[in-house]
Design a protein around this ligand. Sequence first.
Ligand code: GLA
Length: 384
Amino acid sequence: MNDDATAADRARAAFSERFAGEPEGVWAAPGRVNVIGEHTDYNDGYVLPIALPHTTRAAVGRRTDGRIALASLQGDREIVELAVDELVPGRPGGWAGYPAGVVEGLRDRLSGGVSVLVDTDVPVGAGLSSSAALTCSVALALRDLVAPELSRTDLVELARRSENDFVGAPTGILDQSASLLCTAGHALFLDTREQRTEQVPLDLAARGLELLVVDTGTSHTHADGGYGDRRRECEEAAARLGVPALRDIADVDRLVGLEDDVLLRRARHIVTENARVLEVVRILRGDADPRAIGPVLTEGHASLRDDFQISTDELDACVDAALAAGAHGARMVGGGFGGSAVVLVDRDRAGTVADAVRDEFGRRGFPAPRTFDVIPSAGARRLV
Ligand code: GLA
């Protein structure tokens, strides 16, 4: 969580050191935590993320030799470099595939090439969308440099395509929308089918509340395995029910036609999760105490654990320990199979709750989790 000016200086200096020239600017894009609405995005449903104070910064400068060069302040000092013409899905791989996929999406405008240096404080592999922070920081930079007509919604698509088509992770648009469209002090209510957004005020501090993120340290990737399976199961359930997407079903009674128990569970999670997003938005829009969203978040966790079956022992232990220590609600966040949980807690109990989770992890022999509190922060922006 650097302040923007310090972060921009650091990225600019590192760019000059690696590429022997000045960048044309430095852009930042945040990670996200989803308040509620998990796996609903690729079912045309609703989501409610906030942007994290943690960002990825991209220092970017155009070149004239037709090459793309990518460097990161995390990891080793290697520069990934190849001709723009050589970009194909999967090449380059690893972290460099994410920004490379964005460049590939605008290759007609970037035939001269581009250098990118990235620096981040978004925890990687923690279910907090470090990948969207990476693609969105580069997408915004390239928009400003070579494609000024693109809207932020266009950039959501550009960043999503990088992840889906170039890296091969079949994600929806939750993370990219959060990173590009969130505003400070608000949660972003997004209807992914209509692409309609509403900024919902979320000033937890004013109500004596805090959102605590617990990073279990167990890592996940969406480019393989369970995430894609869930997506296919949801599509299969929708097809069997004769609807374009599970979003089109508002009532769980309509799921009785699904004979397959796995498909029934997957569909039931999506239908009830969409209802939970609407319920949380209704509470937050009104004058009600935001503590009232706590039980809805906890129900969301039970649904992800029992129906969607993507939780882990660490995430379940975190949720249970947090609730037992007095949290108002808690749930795993993101794609699942590891990563982080989010806990809604009174500010004056946050330390006690974090300690209780840490103690429980110790008792169960899990590695110590990392905890930090988050406030709804600004979306992607140019720093200098
Ligand atoms: C990952 C994906 C998102 C979304 C979430 C689950 O973060 O990138 O598109 O599907 O999982 O809500």
